[in-house]
Write a new protein. Structure first.
Length: 426
């Protein structure tokens, strides 16, 4: 196993603290696939589903050979992964996809998919003797880093856009003990500061620019393929912000095919918010031009205008014959209301994937009979304020198409009876 630059091909040993090539290119963790073809199998991973304790019980470390095989003796884990794959006839009908599944990464320990990457990144940080860990974040990375740093015994520093982080995520970060700095600027400004301070102070960066973070996030794809008995769906649809999952999924699917775990690769569909859509704009120009944007969307987790994983994400879309689409905040929040009302629930950014499936079916890019897995990236309680503001009609430029109003009464039995009777006939 080694690190290799996706731009110039220069390699680095995994024992070094390096998250970006000297040429500025992104790094991949490169596995010896020829050897792995002889040593791993789907049945081997299936047998591990019976393990109830230790690293191999994790839905990440169950696939250790494909992620970070030398680390099992020093893993920092919170039993992440093993998230549910839901089928909902109600949602399938609303979306228009007969074979719709929802993979809910909000069921991870800190409530988002970031825990899958963080267990691997933090494990590598400890393995190479990092003094401290740092990240820029719109919320989910921060809360995950803070939790895993506390477990791993490392000091943690987090930079967040001031006023741009949902209260649920900020409270987690503070509670887990990370030193939190709110930057007067957006996520991209915080990310620029992280890059500079990491170099000058030699501390370990745990944003998705870190190749070990993405190795952990690959396990989402492995996990859902295993849940489908290693029969690949036609589509995997996911939200696009910093594009770490897009990069990770493409790599995971490529490796799964190369290793014979699946016969063919699903296609990827990446969904961006209309107000934070640089990847979509580049896709529309066949990736001939990339221009960052000033991000604006109610879905704060994907409110990113200059995604660091753009080159790897392009590779994933090209290799899977994928597509990129955009959806409005109105479409995102309406989809979220439907996911929530199905008893599953998610944060706004997660709902972009469901809104995207609905739009792609309406435009004929996904067939109604296709088998589709939509990724939900975060838990409903990550951003409860936005949920309530939707139902109360308080969100700017968003009309609550599916409101669930609270009713205030004086406390009389007749009023309660009236409401109950209305409920029973609805």
């Amino acid at each position: 196993m080694k690190l290799q630059c996706v731009e110039c091909g220069v390699t680095y040993p995994t024992s070094e603290i390096v998250v970006r090539c000297m040429c500025g290119g992104l790094l991949d963790v490169v596995h010896d696939l020829a050897t792995l073809r002889q040593t791993v199998s789907a049945s081997q991973f299936d047998e591990r589903l019976t393990i109830r304790s230790g690293p191999l019980a994790s839905g990440v470390w169950r696939f250790a050979e494909l992620i970070f095989p030398d680390a099992l003796s020093c893993v920092v884990s919170a039993a992440e992964g093993n998230t549910n794959l839901y089928a909902s006839p109600r949602l399938a009908q609303w979306v228009g996809a007969e074979g719709l599944f929802l993979k809910h990464e909000g069921e991870n320990p800190t409530g988002s998919f970031k825990d899958r990457g963080m267990t691997v990144g933090m494990t590598h940080a400890r393995a190479v003797g990092a003094r401290a860990v740092v990240c820029a974040s719109t919320g989910n990375t921060a809360s995950s880093l803070a939790s895993y740093a506390a477990r791993g015994g490392l000091p943690a520093l987090v930079l967040m856009p001031a006023g741009g982080v949902a209260a649920g995520k900020l409270s987690q970060t503070v509670a887990y003990g990370a030193r939190t700095i709110e930057v007067r600027g957006d996520f991209d400004q915080a990310m620029r500061l992280i890059r500079e301070v990491a170099v000058s102070e030699n501390i370990y960066v745990l944003n998705s620019i870190n190749p070990f973070r993405l190795e952990g996030q690959k396990s989402i794809a492995f996990d859902l393929l295993q849940q489908l008995n290693w029969e690949a769906p036609d589509w995997i649809v996911l939200p696009g912000g910093n594009l770490g999952n897009t990069a990770a999924f493409g790599k995971a699917l490529r490796e799964a095919v190369d290793l014979g775990l699946i016969r063919r690769s699903p296609r990827l569909a990446v969904i961006q918010a209309e107000g934070a859509n640089p990847f979509y704009r580049a896709f529309r120009q066949e990736f001939q031009h990339f221009q960052p944007v000033i991000a604006k969307t109610v879905a704060s987790a994907i409110k990113i205008g200059n995604p660091v994983n753009y080159p790897k994400a392009v590779r994933s879309i090209v290799q899977t014959n994928g597509i990129v689409e955009q959806v409005t905040d109105q479409e995102i929040m309406d989809a979220k209301a439907q996911v929530d009302a199905a008893g599953i629930g998610c944060e706004p950014a997660s709902a972009a994937s469901v809104a995207g499936v609905r739009k792609l079916i309406a435009t004929g890019q996904i067939n109604r009979g296709d088998r589709v897995v939509a990724i939900l990236t975060g838990h409903l309680l990550k951003d409860p304020v936005t949920t309530m503001e939707y139902h109360q009609g308080k969100l700017s430029d968003v009309v609550p198409t599916y409101p669930n109003h609270s009713t205030v009464i004086e406390g009389t039995l007749d009023q309660v009876r009236s409401i109950v009777r209305t409920l029973l006939v609805s």
